[in-house]
Design a protein. Structure first.
Length: 1003
């Protein structure tokens, strides 16, 4: 059928199928700012304005939009520099999103802006709650919504014209370690019309220097393109002849494929290829995107003659349209021999349990044993645990449970493959690990590494889910089969049944304590469920002990020789595989550890903060696990040099008002909180509501020592600007920006002179990818090292140009785009670049460097939570979260605080509502963003971030990791706050009303 769509005041004649959605039609017309997030419009990424009102383009037909005015993000603003053409620049909303740090991955940003525009067009002076309501239909998995709300309020002020906003006047509340912490809200600005400010407090370490760009809230280098909805993501591409891939998935949890007949599907008009296990090479591999060798068993195939979970692959199809591909799936006849299935991890190792991996190609790693359905076994003994227990006055034992949860990035997994003109296979994919994709898929596709090029465009969130080489093989096989470009984009249901998740675990704790509060021994056993495949099985679960059990070493003599045991079984079950998820096993560990510490402190009558600090690791002590464990490799003992935990506690407890609230029965009986956490007047008190406050202390790691390697190259251009090429993958975290800041600092230029590009396996240096909180630290050091090489070349040339002897070059400093000699003479970088490229002893000034770290300095944090519990229903409202973090020196407080806010929000879901469950046949219960609830803008508690800087000596600018640690403490802090409120221990997350109510009833 032919219809006319009016998009951004332009009429388009469109030929479309009656069933084509408006989203598909709009994107076909290259308005790529409208995104696919899910089929039902629940993510809101597909928001457009229809006659001024937000609608979900993915859940209405294109034909229904005929005769209406459609507005997409492309109608708003443009880059302020358009050559000779005068432009209006960005729309105030876009400007505010850029300046406020409201963009992380940017996948939701066009939709948020359009939803906000509809509000401001209707209501120029909205309240914060109205802004939150207006953008509530657009889910953001990255930001925690604080900065987007601030951006909308700022833009509203600009559009009203009632407040001149100086975009550069972001004031940072810089305290120092010597300052007494106060309970002031760093965000409160008296008299300011904008009532939500998102400046984190930064408590500066005495070693912190004032830099030109490091430490400054620089705008993200990719913000301007993302705010305009430019075609920056994997699927934002149109290649002539593109085919659409779909995968037939298993309806059974465990079955053999006895017969498979694809003939009818192949005959369907528009089908280009159907592949089953009989059509492609049988190559065993692991989908875990990790360094070589993969620290886990090889137990997966692109397609197999056996299926091991509901959702496992059976066949793959490429067709001229997604609809034809879907239809073809229904025409594939499969005869299954259904086998017994293991759905409960406790059943997996029983002697009579069926074997999930009986394939002869299975390759063991370390203690994996397919005969026992064991993907990994871990045992780490530090000190003498039995002696420690014998020396204790009290022994505390308890069991805890943590669920399987989803990364739920708003951009699904998506990949486009094609042969280039040299017959090299190009894999354009939304991945955190482009170099691992290339290396790991080469044998699977029977191509040499050198014939594969992996391009990573912007990533719409990953959170570990895209550390898996999960689905790139599907379009790659289909491109090989058809010679045509193929796009494969996961449906939202596939994300739930065919992607990865956080390992669920059942955990036992046993802790020995002396009467004075000294921990004498600490033991954890984890039964970890890896699902049908062992991707990340060993390393995720190893991390559970390595990071969570390292924090408490004991006091006195025990500090020198702590007694700690961690052991774990990682078992196969017939459920969708678990894998990497931000925090990588550590959130699983801190739920039991920090709930356990709280119980011990209360049972023995200690202040919960004092008890923790008494036993927590201190600067100068060995990381206990570094003496005994290294992900299956030789351990390398490592001293922890910087621990800002005490200062984090001091700052956090002041910010949340701990001393006024903890143990205060009057406060506890105050009524429900308002959004900002303030108590209602006493007249409104409701006796069924009880308030509580809780704390958790946590530590993480920074990269994997002697393994994680990052590379960077820097090239100088004619105008004195630089190309910074990194293999590191910015998945929305802002890593491209902080890498550019550090390189710019060394080269004495503003960040806008660093043209940053990541990543392409043909052009950018190797990088292990974005995981393990390593990019700022590892890839950042590589960028600094490359910048130092370039700086030296610049100084040598500047010395010659300034008439200095060559030996004097090292006294030249680079600042403000100048090379400045000690005598005050200077030459600009532009002059140096022109001299090098065109005039004397011509050379391309450039540098390439890489870095691998011998250490993994841990960041630390104190996480506080304030809750209200309804004792009649068990409902828990989290009113406020405060996190005080020691992540070393903060390179960019804007992007770093965004990481904390977004991480706390994800962790809040882990604490109270997110869970992936299965019925008795192994069918997923949660298959969309309705049943699987992630927090919306209008449901958020107040969030506050405080940075407590330490100077980590192993990094040129003193940084440690920031991205993963906010995942660790929220759940136990909330659990401890519930205990504080109602005296009830809930030992299993998420703490749903039902669980709380049951515990209260049984109290
Ligand atoms: S910035 Fe909102 S989903 Fe990533």
């Amino acid at each position: 059928m032919n219809i006319t769509l009016t998009i951004n005041a332009t009429k388009h004649e469109v030929e479309c199928a009656p069933s084509e959605t408006l989203l598909a039609a709009i994107r076909r017309l290259a308005y790529f700012g409208v995104k696919f997030g899910d089929e039902q419009g629940l993510s809101g990424a597909d928001t457009v304005l229809l006659d001024g009102k937000p609608v979900n383009a993915g859940s209405m037909l294109a034909a229904q939009a005929e005769g209406h005015n459609i507005v997409t993000i492309e109608a708003l603003g443009e880059h302020p520099e358009q050559g000779w053409k005068k432009t209006e620049g960005l729309h105030p909303l876009q400007h505010a999103f850029v300046e406020s740090g409201a963009i992380q991955c940017g996948y939701c940003t066009p939709a948020q802006i359009l939803a906000a525009k509809a509000l401001l067009d209707r209501k120029p002076n909205p309240s914060e709650d109205e802004v939150r309501d207006a953008i509530a239909g657009v889910l953001c998995r990255c930001t925690g919504y604080l900065k987007p709300v601030q951006a909308v309020l700022k833009a509203a002020a600009v559009l009203r014209g009632d407040e001149p906003v100086n975009w550069d006047s972001v004031n940072w509340d810089l305290g120092s370690w010597g300052d007494k912490p106060t309970g002031d809200q760093p965000g409160d600005v008296p008299g300011d019309q904008i009532n939500v400010m998102t400046r984190p407090k930064v408590v500066v370490t005495p070693q912190t220097q004032t830099y030109q760009t490091v430490g400054k809230p620089e705008k993200k280098v990719d913000a301007v393109k993302l705010v305009q909805g430019k075609p920056a993501f994997t699927a934002d591409i149109d290649i002539r002849g593109m085919l659409y891939a779909r995968v037939l998935r298993s309806p059974h949890a465990h079955a053999r494929i006895k017969k498979i007949d694809a003939s009818k599907a192949k005959e369907l008009k528009g089908v280009a290829a159907v592949l089953t296990w009989q059509d492609i090479p049988r190559v065993v591999y692991s989908t875990a995107g990790q360094s070589d060798p993969i620290p886990g068993p090889l137990d997966a195939f692109s397609l197999d003659n056996k299926v091991r979970f509901v959702g496992d692959r059976v066949a793959m199809v490429a067709a001229e349209s997604p609809e034809i591909a879907e239809k073809a799936l229904t025409l594939i006849d499969v005869e299954y021999e259904v086998l017994d299935a293991i759905l409960d991890s406790r059943e997996a190792m029983k002697p009579d349990a069926i074997r999930i991996h009986d394939e002869p190609e299975f390759v063991n790693f370390a203690d994996s044993d397919p005969d026992k359905n064991l993907a990994a076994h871990i045992r780490i003994d530090i000190g003498d645990v039995e002696k420690g227990f014998a020396e204790a006055d009290e022994i505390f034992e308890a069991e805890y449970e943590v669920p399987k949860v989803q990364q739920a990035h708003i951009e699904p997994h998506v990949c486009v493959t094609y042969w280039d003109e040299d017959d090299r296979l190009v894999i354009r994919t939304s991945t955190q690990v482009p170099f691992h994709v290339r290396r790991m898929l080469a044998p699977v596709l029977r191509l040499p590494v050198k014939r594969i090029r992996v391009i990573k465009p912007r990533i719409g969130g990953g959170f570990g889910g895209k550390q898996e080489v999960l689905m790139e093989d599907v379009p790659a096989h289909l491109t090989i089969a058809t010679k045509r470009p193929v796009i494969y984009e996961y449906t939202r249901e596939e994300e739930f049944i065919g992607a990865r998740s956080r390992h669920p675990m059942k955990i036992k704790m046993k802790t020995g304590v002396k009467r004075d509060g000294t921990i004498t021994a600490n033991e954890m056993y984890a039964l970890s469920d890896t699902g049908a495949y062992g991707c990340h099985a060993l390393t995720v679960t190893g991390n559970t002990g390595h990071k969570a059990m390292a924090l408490y070493v004991g006091d006195g003599e025990y500090r020198k020789s702590p007694n700690i045991r961690f052991y774990a079984d990682v078992v196969y079950t017939n459920t969708p595989p678990a894998g990497a998820f931000r925090g990588y096993g550590v959130p699983q560990g801190y739920w039991p550890v920090e709930r356990h510490m709280e119980k011990i402190a209360r049972a023995m009558g200690f202040d919960p903060i004092d008890f923790r600090l008494k036993n927590a690791i201190r600067p100068g002590e060995y990381h206990p696990f570094s003496t005994a464990w290294n992900e299956g490799r030789e351990p390398r003992p490592e001293i922890v040099h910087t621990v800002g935990l005490e200062q984090c506690v001091a700052q956090g407890r002041a910010a949340i008002g701990w001393d006024d609230k903890y143990g205060n029965e009057e406060w506890r009986n105050a009524s429900s909180s308002g959004f900002d956490g303030t108590s209602q007047p006493s007249a409104q008190r409701e006796p069924h509501l009880r308030k509580g406050i809780g704390i958790a202390m946590v530590m993480q790691g920074t990269a994997i020592p002697y393994l994680d390697m990052g590379g960077a190259s820097i090239k100088m251009n004619d105008d004195g600007s630089f190309n910074l090429l990194v293999g590191a993958t910015d998945l929305g975290t802002g890593s491209d920006t902080v890498l550019a800041q550090m390189a710019a600092e060394v080269l004495g230029v503003p960040i806008e002179d660093m043209i940053t590009y990541s990543s392409d396996t043909d052009f950018t240096p190797f990088d292990k990818g974005a995981y393990a909180s390593s990019t700022t630290y590892i890839s950042g050091t590589a960028a600094v090292n490359a910048a130092k090489i370039v700086a030296e070349r610049i100084k040598i040339r500047a010395a010659a140009m300034l008439g200095l002897s060559e030996s004097e070059y090292s006294n030249i400093r680079l600042s403000n785009r100048q090379a400045i000699a000690p005598n005050g003479k200077s030459v600009s970088l532009t002059e140096i670049a022109l001299n090098a490229l065109h005039k004397e002893n011509q050379e391309q000034i450039m540098g390439v460097a890489s870095y691998v770290s011998p250490v993994s300095p841990p960041p630390f944090a104190a996480q506080f939570a304030e809750v209200t519990v309804d004792v009649e229903t068990g409902a828990v409202t989290v009113d406020k979260l405060v996190m005080a973090v020691d992540s070393g020196v903060i390179v960019n407080p804007l992007t770093a605080s965004g990481q904390i806010e977004g991480g706390m929000t994800q962790a809040l879901g882990y604490a109270v509502c997110e869970e992936m469950r299965y019925d008795e046949k192994g069918n997923a219960i949660e298959r969309d963003l309705d049943r699987y609830h992630i927090f919306r803008a209008d449901e958020m508690p107040a969030l506050e971030t405080i940075f407590v800087e330490t100077f980590e000596p192993s990094h040129p600018f003193g940084v440690k990791a920031v991205a993963e640690i906010p995942m660790d403490g929220v759940a136990p802090a909330v659990g401890n706050a519930i205990l504080d409120a109602v005296g009830a221990d809930v030992d299993e997350i998420p703490v749903t009303p039902e669980k709380v109510w049951k515990v209260l009833r049984n109290k």
